[in-house]
Design a binder for this molecule. Structure first.
Ligand code: T4K
Length: 371
């Protein structure tokens, strides 16, 4: 069995090119390329409406948005976070001179385990940075209770959580701030891009200033800001994506549903639990390859690659195993057994709106054929 074209873990949804041309013409005519241009303002407004959140500040990528979120809340010293994420979660702390303190995940949703957070709090702890990994909402109520008890800030790394709801509202409304990524590999993309969701106008004003060198007006610089602005091409691409978002989400849901139907009950293949009270965006389809499956996770990964299917081991290795973190006391393997074990078994299968039905059939067939 061989694939003509490689099948990647994800691919961005590209709207019809002719629909993008009028946006480009507008940019050409106005010569307004960046710095809070008209498309930037329109996308912030449309995202607030679509996501049902009060304020959105757009960024050139999710990593800089995370760093600005840490700055605006004046987070210092130590921050509790998960080792089971993309490395940018911890790097944003590192770049802000903050020490990540890794807390293990719980084995059902792979989110940071709230029962283990309090033991990691020290007098130097200033915040918690949990991740809604694969779009599965964290234990938001427990996390907030802990944060309130210990006067900690909560910044959600919501890079995977575009459009996700829990308890009947957007998951982005929890915590002090939530940070989105709109990278090309995300379900909603602005090529590169990201955003901070916040709850009040003053906070939005401060975030906007921080991402624009700290300017308050033409001649006043109030904070040592950075340049993290989204440009007009990115914002235009986002506006067009938003027009197609229902199609993007419904196709992803169909693909997720088919994988679930076909793969449930296969010995040695475990599917990610999706809490019933949440509304998902279906942007990742992780499976766990357990010891009773005939192939190891890495053997299955390689088998797929040999057939031109580029499934990915998100997130392996765990962040705490990378050289710049592995010396930290919280990075000790004994502290993170669940994250370690999940990362050694996880494999994310291809899922994106244009995944052909035949390609998905072949992926399913490969998993079954090894039995
Ligand atoms: N927090 C979390 C939890 C995150 O997952 C991320 C990003 C961040 C923070 C940081 O946000 P950003 O600063 O990135 O906005 C990818 C992405 O680069 C990264 O954005 C993402 N998480 C991470 C989970 O995945 P790689 O190194 O796996 O990407 P790459 O280039 O191997 O792409 C994966 C596959 O996607 C390719 O095999 C093919 C396909 N692809 C990729 C690109 C770039 C396309 O079809 N078209 C494309 O343009 O990190």
């Amino acid at each position: 069995m061989n694939f003509k074209k490689p099948v990647y873990v994800t691919q961005p949804y590209m709207p019809p090119l002719e629909e993008f041309v009028p946006y480009l013409e507008q940019i050409w005519d106005s010569k307004w390329l960046t710095n809070n241009g008209p498309y930037h303002r329109q996308l912030e407004k449309e995202l607030c409406e679509y996501l049902e959140v009060p304020y959105v500040s757009l960024f050139c990528n999710g990593t800089l948005a995370l760093m600005v979120a840490l700055q605006v809340l004046r987070i210092t010293d130590e921050v509790i976070t998960t080792p089971y994420s993309f490395v940018a979660t911890a790097h944003s702390l590192h770049w802000s001179n903050i020490q990540p303190v890794f807390v293990d995940i719980e084995p059902v949703t792979f989110a940071i385990d709230p029962q283990k957070i309090e033991a990691a709090i020290t007098p130097r702890t200033t915040a918690i940075v949990p991740v809604h990994v694969y779009g599965n909402p964290c234990y938001v109520d427990e996390i907030q209770r802990i944060a309130d008890t210990h006067s900690l800030k909560v910044i959600y790394d919501a890079a995977h959580a575009f459009g996700v709801q829990c308890n009947g509202k957007s998951v982005l409304n929890y915590g002090d701030l939530s940070v989105l990524s709109f990278h090309a590999t995300k379900i909603f993309t602005t090529i590169e891009g990201g955003a901070i969701v916040c709850h009040d106008e003053e906070m939005k004003r401060r975030i906007d200033s921080l991402k624009n060198f700290g300017f308050a007006d033409e001649v006043t610089v109030v904070v040592p800001g950075i340049n993290a602005k989204m440009n007009e091409f990115q914002a235009a691409f986002g506006l067009l994506q938003l027009k197609h978002i229902n199609h993007i989400l419904s196709r992803s849901a169909e693909i997720d549903c088919r994988y679930r139907e076909e793969l449930k009950g296969i010995p040695g293949i475990r599917l990610l639990h999706r809490p019933a009270e949440s509304h998902q965006n279906y942007s990742y389809f992780p499976i766990l390859v357990e010891p009773d499956y005939p192939l190891s996770r890495d053997a299955l990964y390689q088998y797929f690659r040999d057939q031109g299917i580029y499934a990915r081991r998100y997130f392996y290795p765990i962040i705490s195993d990378f050289p710049m973190y592995r010396g930290l006391p919280s990075a000790a393997a004994a502290n993170l057994p669940v994250a370690k074990s999940v990362s050694e078994r996880v494999l994310c299968l291809p899922i994106y709106p244009d995944l052909a039905k035949d390609d998905q059939s072949k992926i399913i067939e490969i998993i079954k054929s090894n039995l």
